[in-house]
Design a protein around this ligand. Structure first.
Ligand code: UDP
Length: 323
């Protein structure tokens, strides 16, 4: 298929682009490179430098490429930043997204895969989190993604735009060529690996008094290659749907650090800090629906394998993409 990918220079987008190219799809990336990196765009893909905030730029690119499907990764995704600057999140994640949908409608493109998030649920009533639980986000990031999920329903009903919204839990790991490099790194695994690389003195643990077995937060870490496979399957979805996407297993912050020590052979210095605002203690996905309906099956269930792939990438690319 001919696929148009917004945010294809970012962490998740770049690896999905690579995997789609490996499976024979033709890919165009549309990215403004504020979060992404030029070197993260697979050379087999075409890169269009453009901004979703400018309706004429995205409309012109969509008209020219006339793809069969769009994958939409371009977004801001930091919970903490969204609590300080909500406007940025609603503009980029909602207004930018509407410009993209309108460009699709104008160009007659009918298939859409959306990067959504477990942050649309807020602290859940129970775990694992399935698609029937109420969505009550507790930060503008989660709210912006939930608003866009709701907008999608109406573009389907009114314009016949078929969508799949994939609500990721914690994306982690790397492919052989592409990995995680944020200019401001807030995520746990890359921060721990930076300590192992000698680029940071220690990692901070945000909260050790949660009601979990070791007192630290538990998350469902999903290998980026499994995530990419779900996107590829979503291209063939028979109808519009929302899916939660994780492994169904949980790993605590302390367990992540211990696994990183085993994988890297380095001791990781830690400093215990108070809780980070907005962090629920436990977030685990129920992904039965996507398995049942799209035939998705994660291949890399073990946290060791996920961290090994991330470590291999960081060792090969100690300066990330170098920009
Ligand atoms: N975390 C931490 N130290 C860090 C970064 C994150 O203790 O330097 C914790 C964070 O509080 C959360 C978990 O690790 O409980 C995963 O955080 P991350 O930012 O990687 O992903 P999130 O779950 O927020 O999307």
């Amino acid at each position: 298929m001919k696929i148009f990918v917004t945010g294809g220079a970012g962490y998740i987008g770049s690896i999905c682009v690579e995997q789609m190219l490996n499976q024979g799809h033709e890919v165009t990336v549309f990215d403004n490179l504020t979060e992404g990196h030029r070197k993260a765009v697979d050379p087999r893909a075409r890169l269009i430098f453009g901004d979703l905030q400018k309706p004429e730029e995205i409309a012109a690119a969509m008209r020219e490429i006339a793809p069969e499907a769009v994958m939409h990764f371009a977004a801001n995704a930091l919970v903490g930043e969204s609590m300080v600057n909500p406007s940025k999140y609603f503009r980029n994640n909602v207004y930018g997204g509407i410009n993209l949908l309108d460009a699709m409608v104008a160009a007659g493109v009918k298939r859409f895969v959306f990067s959504s998030t477990c942050a649309t649920f807020g602290p859940p009533e129970r775990n694992p989190i399935d698609e029937t639980l109420p969505q009550r986000p507790i930060n503008p990031y989660g709210e912006s993604k939930l608003l866009f999920e709701k907008i999608l329903r109406w573009y389907d009903e009114i314009h016949g735009l078929k969508f799949v919204a994939l609500r990721y839990f914690n994306a982690a790991g790397a492919s052989e060529t592409f990995g995680e490099d944020h200019r401001i790194e807030t995520h746990l695994i890359p921060n721990v690996l930076k300590v192992a690389l000698g680029q940071k003195s220690h990692v901070e643990i945000y909260g050790t008094d949660y009601e979990t077995p070791d007192g630290t937060c538990i998350r469902d870490y999903i290998h980026i290659l499994d995530l990419a496979q779900a996107h590829i399957l979503a291209l063939g979805a028979p109808e519009s749907a929302y899916y939660n996407l994780g492994t169904g297993g949980g790993t605590s912050v302390r367990e992540i650090i211990a696994t990183c020590e085993r994988v890297t052979g380095k001791t990781i210095a830690v400093v215990e800090q108070p809780r980070r605002a907005g962090d629920p203690p436990l977030l685990i996905a129920a992904s039965d629906k996507v398995k049942r309906e799209l035939g998705w099956q994660p291949q890399y269930q073990s946290i060791e394998k996920i961290i090994e792939s991330a470590w291999a990438w960081h060792v090969k690319n100690p300066g990330g993409y170098g920009d």
